[in-house]
Design a protein. Structure first.
Length: 287
């Protein structure tokens, strides 16, 4: 039985990006893991390529949905096959630092008070790293008001707790906000999470990311916020945070991307220091 089960949903992804994501897990310094990937109804050509690519490592279990059922359903199917003590998320177009699984598994082993652990992340696009997502170290219930205090694909969670929460909601009412819903349900049950103050993940985000966020998804997020804030007992006088997605949705994608770059910009010297440190430790340099 592996200590960590890495789960990933994938659907008609760019092949080069998918290969980079898969390889960033296969090259981890921590090796006691299984990698469960669920293809969520991709086109035949992509699935055939993915099937062949996954044969490179016996730790990969590739599942296939005949039709596209959505990320929550794909992840829940992965969970149904997972046997690890911990569940690590991974997205099909991002990259994990080579020490990510090692660092997060050790943290959960040594800190039983926390149900999950996340980390900081570089933000990048086809031109390279353009920003850094700095996450609150010990999020509290109030932390959920503005946005989710965890980067979903960068977290590791205790499997027993995910099972108690019955995984991700597959309801259409939470589509594209299933992670936000899950984390608030987790906190409502009295569990806590922690964000390591280390950059262990690289999150792909560009102008197209905002363009794909339909207004209907923002309406659903408002409902997720309303219900979630009620569960957490933080709704009182915080209705402005409930409608925040509707206001954000009125901003053109290009302007939203520019605003994000201003918010998450970083000193290039910090990236150079990180890259030099990663090279010295034998970790992968993300460019």
């Amino acid at each position: 039985m592996p200590e960590v089960s890495v789960i990933m949903g994938i659907y008609n992804e760019n092949r080069k990006q998918a290969a980079q994501a898969v390889d960033s897990i296969l090259k981890q310094t921590f090796t006691d893991f299984e990698f469960i990937i669920c293809d969520d109804g991709s086109q035949d050509a992509f699935f055939q390529w993915l099937s062949k690519y996954c044969k490179k490592d016996s730790r990969i279990l590739l599942l296939h949905n005949r039709t596209n059922r959505g990320l929550a359903a794909a992840l829940n199917r992965c969970l149904s096959h997972a046997s690890g003590t911990y569940i690590a998320r991974m997205d099909a177009d991002d990259c994990s630092n080579r020490r990510r699984l090692e660092r997060q598994a050790v943290f959960l082993q040594q800190h039983p008070a926390y149900a999950l652990v996340g980390c900081q992340a570089w933000m990048f696009d086809k031109h390279g790293v353009w920003g850094m997502r700095r996450m609150e170290e010990v999020p509290q219930k109030q932390s959920f008001l503005f946005t989710s205090p965890f980067i979903h694909p960068a977290v590791m969670i205790r499997r027993e707790i995910m099972e108690k929460l019955q995984g991700y909601s597959e309801s259409a009412k939470v589509e594209r906000a299933e992670d936000y819903d899950f984390f608030m349900r987790l906190y409502a049950q009295g569990y806590l999470g922690y964000n390591m103050q280390e950059v262990l993940y690289a999150y792909r985000e560009d102008t197209r990311t905002y363009a794909k966020r339909k207004y209907s998804y923002r309406i659903r997020e408002c409902r997720v916020r309303y219900v979630g804030f009620q569960r957490l007992g933080i709704l009182n006088r915080n209705y402005r945070y409930v409608i925040k997605p509707l206001v954000a949705g009125l901003v053109p994608a290009r302007l939203m991307a520019l605003a994000k770059r201003r918010i998450f910009r970083f000193e290039k010297a910090a990236l150079h220091t990180f890259q030099a440190s990663s090279k010295a430790k034998g970790t992968r340099r993300i460019t």
